[in-house]
Write a protein that binds this ligand. Structure first.
Ligand SMILES: NC(=O)c1ccc[n+]([C@@H]2O[C@H](COP(=O)([O-])OP(=O)(O)OC[C@H]3O[C@@H](n4cnc5c(N)ncnc54)[C@H](OP(=O)(O)O)[C@@H]3O)[C@@H](O)[C@H]2O)c1
Length: 143
C-alpha cells in the first residue's frame, strides 16, 4: 500500500479543524492530563463548556498546576479537578476506577496516559514496561 500524504497538507498549511460541538453538562475523564496532549484535550473540553473535567495524574504538584492552568486559560473556576493515578500500579488503576464508579455521570473517557521508552524493561508485575503495557494493557484494564 502506498502512503498517501496529501490529506495532511491542508492541516499543515491552514491548521487542524477545531471541534465546535459543546460538552455542556458533560463529565470528562482524561488520564495523563498533567502535560502534553492530555492537558491540551482538557483545555479544549473546558473551553467547550464541559461541566466537570477529571484529570488522572500521578504527580500531585503537576495536578495542581494543571488545574490552575485550565482555570487561568479558560477563566472557569471549579471546572477541573485531579485524581491520583499511577498507571504503573494496578492497585492505583483499581482505586481510580472504583472512584470513577461513584460519579453521577461519566460521558467521555480519554485514555491518554502513556510512555514510549527507548529500552526494553520489565515492570513490577512482570509485563514489558513499555508502550504496549502502558497504553494497551493498563488502559484497557482501566476501561
Ligand atoms: N505526541 C505524539 O506525537 C504521540 C504519537 C503517538 C502516540 N502518542 C501517545 O499519546 C499519549 C500522549 O502523548 P504526549 O505526547 O502528550 O506525551 P507526554 O507529553 O509525555 O505526556 C504523557 C502523559 O502521560 C502521563 N503518564 C506517563 N506515565 C504515567 C503513569 N505511569 N501514570 C500516570 N500518568 C502517566 C504523563 O504524566 P507525567 O507528567 O507525570 O510524566 C503525561 O501527563 C501517549 O500515550 C503517547 O504514547 C503521542
Amino acid at each position: 500500500m502506498k502512503p498517501n500524504l496529501l490529506p495532511f497538507i491542508p492541516s499543515k498549511l491552514f491548521g487542524v479543524p477545531q471541534p465546535t460541538q459543546l460538552f455542556t453538562g458533560k463529565t470528562i475523564l482524561i488520564t495523563g492530563a498533567s502535560t502534553g496532549l492530555g492537558l491540551e484535550a482538557a483545555f479544549k473540553f473546558a473551553s467547550l463548556d464541559a461541566a466537570k473535567i477529571i484529570l488522572g495524574v500521578r504527580n500531585i504538584s503537576k495536578g495542581n498546576l494543571a488545574v490552575r492552568a485550565i482555570e487561568d486559560r479558560t477563566k472557569r473556576s471549579g471546572v477541573a479537578e485531579f485524581w491520583e493515578l499511577d498507571m504503573k500500579s494496578y492497585a492505583s488503576i483499581q482505586t481510580f476506577a472504583k472512584r470513577a464508579e461513584g460519579l453521577e455521570r461519566l460521558d467521555v473517557v480519554v485514555l491518554n496516559a502513556g510512555v514510549a521508552p527507548k529500552n526494553y524493561t520489565i515492570g513490577e508485575e512482570g509485563w514489558e514496561a513499555g508502550a504496549f503495557d502502558h497504553c494497551h494493557l493498563r488502559s484497557t484494564s482501566l476501561a
